[in-house]
Write a protein that binds this ligand. Sequence first.
Ligand code: 4NP
Length: 160
Amino acid sequence: MTQPYKLLFVCLGNICRSPSAENIMNYWVEQNHLGDRILSDSAGTASYHIGSPPDRRMNAAAMKRGIQLVGRARQFQRSDFEEFDLILAMDKSNYEDILSLDPQGKYHHKVKLMCSFCRTHPDQEVPDPYYGGSEGFNYVIDLLMDACEGLLDAIVKEEV
Ligand code: 4NP
């Protein structure tokens, strides 16, 4: 049997956007009965929130779609480049921070912007909702529902 395809979603703190992406991706994977083929995890480029659960405002937005956010924050580490097949950065700053840990560019091909998989949203980045109101958190969920569905389709079609 072939190995499962392993995804790592990365944002700054690993308490808002990337845990949402991880749990939304798991939702789509379960809907499509692909739980033994695609595995997801998430991490932050920063260390501020290591060990913390997802932000309660982010969880409230996800729960409106019937998705509960589970997990604990951890920091991205160099070994993740080997461990994962695809690393999805939520914004361009996360993308640059990840690539800066791979100065030789050996794993550059594994790192992509999450919004490159959006099918209905024109956004290039998942905006950081941390210092804003509830509408920002709701928007992140909408965007990630779209991007994760597009990502799953791309994996199934072996486009990534
Ligand atoms: P995230 O959001 O990167 O989507 O988890 C943030 C969480 C915490 C902070 C910034 C963004 N912070 O500055 O503590």
